[in-house]
Design a protein around this ligand. Structure first.
Ligand SMILES: Cc1ncc(COP(=O)(O)O)c(C=O)c1O
Length: 418
């Protein structure tokens, strides 16, 4: 494999025909076939009444997914990071104090984006594999009195989930905005936007929503929406002559300006970018798949698969990573045993011999844990068993002795007891 292909390299002209894979890493995961089919529908113009009606339907569907009455629930085109950046850059004005509890890679990402947006970032760090207690968060909010608390719900880098139900109400009482990155949890674990008093939440499709990466559902409370509207700017070429600029600081990004996006997603349909048509079809179908199964049912399916996978991994003789009380229900961290000298060889055998992808890790966990996802469409008994049996085989062949069937037996016992 090389990235140095010549102009006329015949490989470039061959049809795409990827080897099928079972994607059991921390995302992306296999896309639900209904979603792929929805994406192949024909293009519509962005102001075609059929299309704008689909936009309205997407707003209705994602209110249910986010468990919110927030009117401003819509899509930001781009991967989950675009949704994060749109929320942070549209809510933070230069000089605003932003408190960011960091318990993994994606907390660091929030800190970087908040700081690039001009925020005065106050990072609060804990070891990877742990989360913050409600008391720690409450004390930090009261001590630093930030404009915003920004944190990750489930950080796939550590496989830990931060409980959020306590902190939103505290922030709301003292007038602090709460932003949450729910990329890895939406559709797989409860994200209770209104009950938890969250002011802005963003996500992606490529994990528990069973879609491809490329668009980011976001939801904004009335309070956030008012702040953002106070910064509303309209591009010169599409302003009407009677338009008056508002007084707030113009949002630094054009593409990720939520004020302009809200105008586009309102009956005004004020032109911004061209909504990514096929990704909107995908997002709509992802939401239908999740809601037709039922949110609670989906959460239970994720939780059951994780329990079965973990029991299987322990029965194989592996140690699970991180604080047992705060593990995510859709991705499991497992310590790489010291008997395994080349962890990449294990992943490569899983991929090449069994067609299964699992995740490596980075930062302080590099070379220390694998991350195995049971997300969305992939989160099924057959896949859990397939992954465990492949792992048993590959570990055993690479110097870590495993009784054949140990992991599969333990996982089946969990499924059979349900
Ligand atoms: C918790 C979390 N936030 C943000 C992201 C970034 O998502 P994307 O790669 O879609 O921009 C990821 C991706 O793995 C994630 O797990």
């Amino acid at each position: 494999m090389t990235d140095d292909l010549s102009f006329d390299d015949p490989q470039c002209f061959e049809p795409l025909d990827p080897e099928p894979r079972l994607l059991m890493g921390p995302g992306p995961v296999d896309v639900y076939p209904r979603v792929l089919r929805a994406m192949s529908n024909s293009m519509l113009g962005q102001f075609d009444p059929q299309f704008t009606e689909y936009m309205n339907q997407v707003m209705v569907l994602y209110r249910q997914i986010y468990r919110t009455h927030n009117h401003w629930t819509f899509l930001v085109n781009g991967t989950a990071r675009a949704g994060i950046e749109a929320c942070l850059t549209s809510l933070i004005t230069p000089g605003d104090r932003v408190l960011i509890p960091i318990f993994g890679r994606f907390g660091h990402l929030l800190a970087e984006i908040a700081s690039r947006s001009g925020g005065e970032v106050i990072p609060l760090e804990t070891t990877w594999g742990a989360v913050f207690s409600a008391d720690q968060l409450r004390e930090a909010v009261l001590q630093y009195q930030p404009k915003m608390l920004a944190l990750v719900h489930g950080d796939t880098s550590t496989t830990m989930a931060q409980p959020l139900h306590d902190i939103g109400p505290i922030c709301r009482d003292v007038g602090v905005l709460t932003y949450v990155d729910a990329t890895a949890t939406l559709g797989g674990m409860l994200v209770d936007t209104d009950a938890w008093c969250l002011d802005a939440v963003s996500s992606g499709l490529q994990k528990c929503m069973s879609g491809p990466p490329g668009t980011s559902p976001v939801t904004l409370s009335e309070r956030s929406a008012e702040l953002i509207k106070g910064r509303r700017h309209i591009e010169a070429g599409i302003r009407s002559t009677d338009f008056k600029e508002v007084e707030g600081t113009v949002i630094q990004s054009n593409y990720l300006d939520l004020a302009m996006l809200m105008a586009y997603w309102s009956p005004m349909r004020l032109n911004h970018h061209t909504e990514s048509t096929s990704m909107l079809y995908a997002a709509r179908e992802c939401a239908r798949v999740v809601l037709q199964e039922g949110l609670e049912h989906g959460f239970a399916r994720h939780s059951l698969a994780s329990r079965a996978l973990r029991e299987g991994l322990v029965a194989i003789g592996l140690e699970l990573f991180g604080d047992a009380e705060h593990r995510m229900d859709n991705v499991t961290g497992v310590c790489i045993p010291s008997a395994i000298r080349d962890e990449a060889a294990i992943r490569s055998s899983l991929l090449n011999d069994f067609g299964i992808e699992i995740g490596t890790s980075f930062g302080p966990l590099q070379g220390k844990i694998w991350r195995i996802g049971t997300m969305g469409y992939v989160c099924r008994k057959a896949n859990v068993l397939r992954c465990l049996s492949a792992l048993e085989y590959v570990l055993d062949k690479n110097g870590f002795s495993v009784r054949a069937g140990a992991g599969v037996d333990a996982a089946c016992a969990i499924y059979n007891n349900e």
